[in-house]
Write a protein that binds this ligand. Structure first.
Ligand code: ADE
Length: 314
């Protein structure tokens, strides 16, 4: 399992860089990529630069050239939801580009004309991993799941931020996440955005941004590091079947794998708390759960299982 970690600015990646080991540097399209280990996991870190085009280019390179299996976009954002304070954390459920506007042609705000989707869904497993990791860093941190807006605009206006909230029911706004999310979705790569609030996108946003970006970036770093630490070891292995004795669906999954000559590891959840925790990290209760490269399928569902196994041949 190789994780791409993207931040837009130096402040948002510096702590990762300091914590990384065995770092190798490569430059492509003017962006520096750092391959190495963080919390003993394989990562590729980069600073995309600010804005949606930079984020899009950087994400496609991470996928094509560095073969990342999942992407975490990390850094700071302006709070949009009125309940949020500076320092609070937002984990993306979905994200969209708030500055896309073809309403004059009858499209919805944020809708990309003629596209099937314009609001991208973060990976449920990464969302839960981020939430748990955030909760683990301390009681004084307010961490919420919610919609993230991205646009090529630094929002620093009370009326504008209120309109964004009313129009999109969003939690925060930044300048890259949805572009990275779009590229990940186009490539079928799981992603999540982890943002700490540096400001409230209001009339004080410029001053607050300057003052709090460093502190907010530290929070995002702590969560992402903790995510890597708690990433299931299963996520990097071959095929794993979480199962238990006497489970008919578990046997059906194993039969399907055997018939296709695919080797697999069986993890009996009744024998280990760790295995139960691993299943829970994928957001499931019960077995069988089949895992390949960080993706999981619950139950005996031949079509979904086949799609998962096809990922092995890539
Ligand atoms: N990143 C941090 N604060 C922001 C804001 N107010 N607008 C856009 N991007 C941001």
């Amino acid at each position: 399992m190789r994780t791409g970690i993207i931040g837009a600015m130096d402040e948002e990646i510096v702590l990762f860089l300091e914590a990384m080991e065995e770092t190798k540097k490569t430059v492509k399209a003017g962006i520096t990529y750092y391959q190495g280990k963080l919390e003993s996991r394989e990562v590729v870190l980069c600073k995309s630069g600010v804005g949606k085009v930079n984020a899009g280019v950087c994400t496609q390179i991470l996928i094509d050239r560095f073969g990342v299996d999942q992407v975490i976009f990390t850094g700071v954002a302006g709070a949009v939801h009125p309940d949020l304070e500076i320092g609070d954390i937002v984990i993306s459920t979905t994200c969209l580009q708030h500055d896309v506007d073809a309403t004059a042609l009858g499209f919805q705000p944020g809708e990309i004309p003629y596209a099937k989707i314009w609001e991208w869904q973060a990976d449920p497993r990464l969302i839960e991993l981020a939430m748990k990791s955030g909760e683990a860093i301390g009681d004084d941190v307010n961490i919420v799941k919610g919609k993230v807006l991205s646009g090529d605009q630094f929002i620093a206006d009370r009326d504008k931020v209120r309109r964004l909230y009313e129009r999109f029911d969003a939690y925060c706004t930044e300048m890259e996440g949805a572009a990275a999310a779009q590229v990940c979705t186009m490539n079928d790569v799981p992603f999540v955005i982890v943002r700490s609030m540096s400001d409230k996108a209001d009339g004080s946003a410029d001053v607050n941004f300057a003052e709090f970006t460093k502190l907010a970036s530290r929070r995002s770093f702590e969560i992402v590091s903790s995510m890597l630490k708690h990433e299931s070891p299963a996520a990097g292995a071959g095929v794993i079947v979480y199962s238990t004795a006497g489970c008919i669906e578990c046997d059906m999954v194993k039969k399907l794998l055997t018939e296709q000559g695919i080797p697999f590891e069986v993890r009996d959840v009744m024998t280990s708390q760790q295995y139960r925790d691993e299943v829970e990290k994928f957001g499931f209760l019960g077995v069988p759960v089949t895992v390949v490269g960080g993706k999981a399928v619950k139950g005996f569902q031949p079509e979904e299982l086949q799609a998962l196994l096809d990922g092995l041949k890539k």
